[in-house]
Design a protein around this ligand. Structure first.
Ligand code: SF4
Length: 363
């Protein structure tokens, strides 16, 4: 089956009476059937772990496995994708296509020719008769300070042939919150990255975390406003959650940090979505972790009832995504394209280290 994206009517969800522009339904409209993501660990590390910008990683991230010296065979990338497809097809008989999702670590943090090999390998699965045209595109998770021009040019080239979403860990627009998380980038880095990414044919998705200690409701709403000002195509909303083996987890276990309550989160998500443009695709409305690793909050494991509560809150208010959106004075498309501000330390680490030890695919 060959599925052509249909980007018409981005606000079709409103006529369907939905409270927000949910990802699953958007994919169905674009590709004509159910689309599932298959997560791939391609062996990348992260400039926040290997010392290029800092060490230790973000305080919430379980990055113990992101060693710069680990080896993932390209063959394993291929196998992760094909076995993921087989598993999902066993579970859901009516899946029309798949998105190859480069998820853990920073998936643009390698020499650009190596990135090309890895990304093209994922798309090449379509050439196998068994998986013919099943990969409808890919999603690439990264940091705002790790998209040099050469990488954006590659992604633009791939996006001319396939759906591509570039997922930025924005988290918040407030630098105090970014410092608290040990992100080791600023919101200015996010602005630089998105202003260089816009209009290049790929989707720009932003991860946002709600419930960062020290952030007031008003500050979270400022982040919502920035989603429209910068022109994100999609967002993923996450509640802050703590898992074992992370600095945040230790602080939560020591009683030093309190997580947002469930009712507060429901209200905040609805407030947030009311302030973003109707065209923004909402890829997630909460985050969670396997129950063995999750410390707090436990309520985020109740994904279905959480979603029902969020939808119920919209119904109670008689509102929807975008109800309180105020268009920025300057449309995002009019924002000037700045020069590439990728930190020298990241460029130098890529150059010094050379290719990641991802092994060649065996013939
Ligand atoms: S930037 Fe991403 S991969 Fe790196 S430590 Fe932070 S959350 Fe983990």
């Amino acid at each position: 089956m060959h599925l052509e994206p249909d980007f018409d009517a981005p606000e079709a969800w409103i006529s369907e009476g939905l409270p927000f522009n949910a990802f699953g339904k958007t994919l169905r409209r674009r590709f004509g059937g159910r689309i599932q993501r298959v997560s791939i660990d391609a062996g990348f590390t992260c400039p926040n772990v290997d010392g290029a910008v800092t060490r230790g990683g973000c305080n919430f991230c379980d990055n113990r496995s992101f060693s710069p010296s680990r080896r993932v065979r390209l063959q394993q990338v291929h196998q992760q994708l094909t076995s993921g497809i087989v598993t999902v097809r066993e579970r859901y008989s009516k899946v029309a296509g798949f998105i190859a999702y480069f998820q853990p670590a920073t998936n643009t943090y390698a020499p650009v020719e190596q990135l090309r090999e890895v990304y093209e390998l994922a798309l090449s699965i379509n050439d196998q008769p068994e998986f013919h045209d099943l990969i409808v595109g890919m999603a690439i998770g990264t940091r705002p300070d790790c998209v040099p021009e050469s990488v954006l040019a590659l992604i633009e080239e791939l996006a001319a042939k396939s759906y591509v979403s570039l997922e930025f860990g924005m988290q918040t627009i407030h630098d105090d919150g970014l410092r608290w998380m040990n992100r080791a980038h600023t919101h200015a880095d996010m602005i630089n990255a998105i202003d260089r990414s816009r209009g290049r044919g790929f989707e720009m998705c932003g991860h946002v975390i709600l419930g960062i200690p020290g952030e007031t409701h008003a500050m979270m709403m400022e982040t919502a406003t920035e989603v429209g000002r910068l022109g994100f195509d999609a967002i993923k909303l996450h509640n802050l959650y703590a898992v074992r083996g992370t600095p945040l987890g230790d602080q939560v276990l020591a009683g030093q940090i309190e997580m947002m309550g469930r009712q507060d989160y429901v209200q905040t998500v609805v407030d947030f979505l009311e302030r973003i443009p109707p065209s923004v695709v909402v890829e997630r409305i909460s985050g969670d972790a396997p129950s063995d690793f999750l410390i707090e909050p436990k309520w985020c494991l109740e994904k279905s009832s959480l979603r029902l509560d969020i939808e119920g809150e919209f119904a109670k208010r008689g509102s929807r995504q975008g109800s309180h959106f105020v268009a920025p004075d300057q449309p995002p498309s009019d924002r000037p394209v700045p020069s590439d501000q990728t930190p020298d330390s990241i460029r130098q680490m890529i150059e010094k280290r050379g290719r990641l030890p991802v092994l060649k695919m065996e013939p």
